[in-house]
Design a protein around this ligand. Sequence first.
Ligand SMILES: Nc1ncnc2c1ncn2[C@@H]1O[C@H](COP(=O)(O)OP(=O)(O)OP(=O)(O)O)[C@@H](O)[C@H]1O
Ligand SMILES: [Mg+2]
Length: 455
Amino acid sequence: MKQRHTVLIVDDEKSTRDGLARALRRHYDVHVAEDGPRALEWLSQHPADVVLSDLRMPGMDGLTLIQRILARTPQPTCILLTAYGSIETAVEAIKRGAADFLTKPVNLDELDLRLKNALRARSMEQENRHLREQLDTRFGLDNIVGQSSALREVLETVRQVAPSRANVLIQGETGTGKELIARAIHQLSPRAKAPLVTVHCAALPSNLLESELFGHEKGAFTGATEQRVGRFELADGGSLFLDEIGEIDPALQVKLLRVLEERNFERVGGRETLDVDVRLIAATNKDLKALSDEGRFREDLYYRLNVVTVTLPPLRERREDIPLLLQHFLQAFNQENGKAIEGFTSDCMNALVNYDWPGNIRELRNAIERMVVLARQERLTVRDVPPHMRAADDEPKALPVLPDMSLEEVEKNMIIKALEAHQGNRTKAAEQLGISRRTLHRKLNEYGFRDGSSD
Ligand SMILES: Nc1ncnc2c1ncn2[C@@H]1O[C@H](COP(=O)(O)OP(=O)(O)OP(=O)(O)O)[C@@H](O)[C@H]1O
Ligand SMILES: [Mg+2]
């Protein structure tokens, strides 16, 4: 059965209220109110799809009422009823957010039509909002955890710039989520179906980076035995993510500038000029402006890249995000490791919120993974926090070797201590314990620790 919509009629004249109510009752759930305050009161208790309000009413006029209604959620669709001669007011009502207006005396067929239109527009708008939320969920914004105003601002910028082809420069310390944001921008853009190609500019020496970016022809240099298609070509129609852009040398900066200005280039050793349609997203943990002021990064390139800047603040400047991130990663690693750790003791939470996280979210993620893998109780305690992350007064007593402990328990504690001392590095832990890596591995399995952490 089709769901009936709810209509609230607000009019100070009883005859109009009753007339409209009678006409609409067949197809709608109709309620009436004789003035603005009563309408608002009814709406505070009930959801309505449409409010049909008279303009001139004693006490609160229709314009004010509509404005008050639209300031709350959920918002009903508002239609204003006006007498002849007050069209200007009606226009004003539309400006303030009313969906439509009707002149009195109301023609009932007209009313029926306008209501249907308004409801159709309303459902389309709801559907759009729903789709947008779904897109957020599917594409990146949903897995970006955090509620701080700094992060919310970043996400708002991402939503705004994603649909354009403006180049974006993402700045932030290591581990703050630059790559995550780059992906989100691509996924929320019309290029989402085309590839997002990533190049880590610091990973390659300059000459190799050049042929990585632009490709090369066979025989272009020693070792160029085949033609190679560069990343710019691979990203055609999509986005190119240049990570650690601050690291590219001056000669390559010039070439990059040219592609950005002219949207074409040649392969290394090639004559043919290739056109590309690429949206560039660059990231850096350096202060690119400072580099350019020092003359180490071309200013013109800086301005080309930096059409829009997204700056990710370090985690220690948005500590309110830490508990959310801790919960998020706890859940993720519980699942991955088949564990059911419930949460954090308050001391533990305090220690983690107060730590400075120089490696930002990546460091936090890794820390939680280790803590979850190593944890022996249903809650994580200060003792589970790696020692260098605790303030001096959070220092727990050393893992005890007590007379009533079994040999197995002592061994287990020693293994945990050794792993902690070496940030989970098994080779080093095994060395310290004087056992082979293989033996350590077997013992970890015996004690039910997850396989596959770092070596
Ligand atoms: N807000 C966030 N919510 C959830 N996970 C996040 C968030 N920010 C970052 N991460 C995660 O933290 C890790 C590091 O993020 P990312 O690789 O994007 O950082 P980065 O700024 O590119 O670091 P680097 O400068 O070292 O390359 C990734 O695993 C990423 O998924
Ligand atoms: Mg990165």
